[in-house]
Write a protein that binds this ligand. Structure first.
Ligand code: SF4
Ligand code: SF4
Length: 370
């Protein structure tokens, strides 16, 4: 008989604490929430960069508060909250996004992931990564991801949220070692299998659409999702945002290695009835273009691929650029540099990971196809 995975999706239209608390409580009651009593629990929100909660880049701090309250009520011995953003420096303290303030007010510990990370070998990809010590030492790990588009992976989700357990700039180096959607998905899924989180929520109250994960626009979706199986939540997100499961590289790889939930029981609302028809998603890039290019004569093919590459490389809106150099510092391929007071891109070096687009705080980098 198929194993049944419970998934809770509930309507919640705003970030008023009473509403959030009631919604989170119902979701935990209707799903297989882990036994946290007397355990050390690490909660992992999504803090891509420390930005205002109104930009919808990060997990909303009030949703974090509601989760902390529930975990406290269920008798956790110790609660920690932590994440490693894209450009993780020692001064990062999650202040702008309001998450540090919630930790202080709720009297739980903020975990600095830069403290004593441990390098581990990620199985099946044979790749070593430094993982935050508190992630490795906690009894229970709970994620709170944000419903968002993602230029490279189409959607951010519960599974990819745990990429933030890798500390510092090592995350951008992963893009060089796994430089396309398919093999990057392999890394993310195997990292997630290694971390083995116990439960994840998704903040889909005000989601992000358009050119996410940092430069998209807020989209009211009015939903909180939760399950002990992160893939169940990510499947629901894919359907709600108008994709098919196989179009999302992480879900596609998880399906190939047979780890998607066998049967999902939607215990509150059914995701098939929650599709957002006007959600502005990232268009799927068709691989058939590459296949058709292979039948072209050698010289034409090279020209074709070069043109294709140029088209999919990020572009710069220099009027918006404030020369903060975040993009230069994050680029794993060293394809960006400062020349004559402008950011210059070497399209031959660019691997189209879009880390620069993710990290630009001034909306000065865009991807043409969108
Ligand atoms: S991150 Fe954005 S604003 Fe900063 S230098 Fe790069 S393009 Fe300019
Ligand atoms: S320029 Fe941007 S998209 Fe290209 S490799 Fe560097 S970070 Fe990635």
């Amino acid at each position: 008989m198929d194993k049944i995975t419970k998934l809770g999706i509930i309507k919640c239209e705003n970030y008023i604490q009473e509403n959030l608390y009631n919604a989170v409580k119902t979701v935990t009651e209707k799903t297989d929430f882990p036994d946290v009593s007397n355990k050390t629990v690490l909660i992992k929100p999504n803090i891509l960069m420390d930005s205002s909660e109104n930009s919808c880049i990060t997990t909303n701090p009030e949703l974090l508060r509601a989760v902390i309250k529930i975990v406290k009520e269920k008798g956790a011995k110790k609660i920690l909250v932590g994440d490693s953003p894209g450009l993780h420096t020692s001064s990062f303290n999650a202040e702008k996004c309001g998450i540090k303030k919630i930790c202080d007010e709720e009297n739980v510990l903020w975990s600095n992931f830069l403290n004593n990370p441990k390098t581990v070998l990620i199985p099946n990809v044979n790749y070593k990564l430094p993982i935050a010590k508190d992630v490795l030492e906690s009894d229970i790990i709970i994620g709170i991801s944000k419903m968002k588009t993602h230029q490279l992976m189409y959607l951010t989700g519960c599974v990819k949220n745990f990429f933030g357990t890798v500390v510092g700039l090592n995350k951008s180096a992963c893009h060089m070692a796994f430089p396309n959607r398919d093999n990057f998905s392999k890394l993310i899924v195997n990292l997630h299998e290694f971390i083995k989180p116990s439960y994840s929520f998704m903040d889909g109250i005000i989601a992000m659409e358009g050119p996410g994960p940092a430069n998209g626009n807020p989209k009211a979706a009015g939903l909180i999702l939760g399950s002990e199986n992160d893939y169940a939540v990510d499947i629901a997100q894919a359907i709600i945002c108008g994709y098919k499961i196989d179009q999302i590289p992480i879900l596609h790889y998880a399906k190939i290695i047979n780890i998607l939930p066998e049967k999902i029981d939607c215990t509150i609302l059914d995701y098939n009835n929650l599709i957002i028809k006007d959600y502005k998603s990232i268009p799927i890039r068709k691989k058939t273009k590459l296949i058709s290019s292979l039948i072209l004569p050698f010289f034409t093919r090279n020209k074709y691929l070069k043109r294709e590459k140029k088209l999919t490389c990020p572009s710069f809106n220099l009027n918006n650029c404030k020369l903060c150099l975040r993009c230069v510092n994050i680029c794993p391929a060293k394809a960006l540099s400062l020349k004559n007071k402008e950011i210059e891109l070497d399209t031959d070096k660019c691997i189209r990971c879009y880390c620069c687009h993710e990290m630009c705080p001034h909306n000065a980098i865009y991807v043409k196809s969108n």
